[in-house]
Write a protein that binds this ligand. Sequence first.
Ligand code: SAM
Length: 241
Amino acid sequence: MGESLEKVRQHYDEVADIYDNRYNRNRGRFYYNHISSQVMDCIPAGSRILDLGCGTGLFLKAYERHGGSGVGLDLSRGMVQRAQSRCAFSDFTMGNAEVLPFRNGCFDAVSSLLAFSYVRRPGQMLSEAYRVLRPGGVIAICTLGKNLLTSGLPAIYGMAEVMKVRRIGMGSFGERYYDDQEMQDLFEDAGFTGIQVRRCSFAHLNLADPFFGIARKIEPFVEEKVPRLAYNLLARGVKQE
Ligand SMILES: C[S@@+](CC[C@H](N)C(=O)[O-])C[C@H]1O[C@@H](n2cnc3c(N)ncnc32)[C@H](O)[C@@H]1O
């Protein structure tokens, strides 16, 4: 494993015990439900999926509630252990999303939430996802997009690392944020068709009140009319039949 991936793995091992707190409370829960329901809408209910960078299994647990099951893969042992205790109908394994230990065509769908920005070789991850999907299978990825609001994050996260702040995602991990065209190109290069890329989420959990409340109210408007302001990108593609 390269040095920077090792750093990501170590970070998530260290924060595994506090990761869920982020999404337990009001804002965090709203934010996570918002993005995960949009990923959920892209993939068929009740099938068997692969969740890349699965973390503590939040998405797979939600997918299980929709009658499905799956396999979660993550770099961090600490995160995987939490996921295992959360999801009764899914399996988990440690690994790098760029090299998948699964045979060709064995999943109905691939999901990935808030992990793609850490991936060193995004094209390689998408080619691997394409390989393990069955023909007609769907991929849906939600990841931080490149915009005015996210452009300052690497500097803030870098400072947090220097100040030894123990907060989820805070550190210099060489994260990459993509714009719509870059995601479109990456999906096309991996062979996907039916590609749709759009922006989602404006009410971010880090916003303080009253800004969070306001952002929450205008989120539907932002997503439809000024999508460039939304934090995340949601990209979907299909493996050819
Ligand atoms: C912000 S967390 C998101 C976790 C989960 N998807 C969720 O929605 O809560 C990012 C996760 O991606 C994992 N990760 C980062 N790079 C990875 C890679 N190349 N392969 C597998 N997992 C990776 C990290 O270990 C971490 O658990």
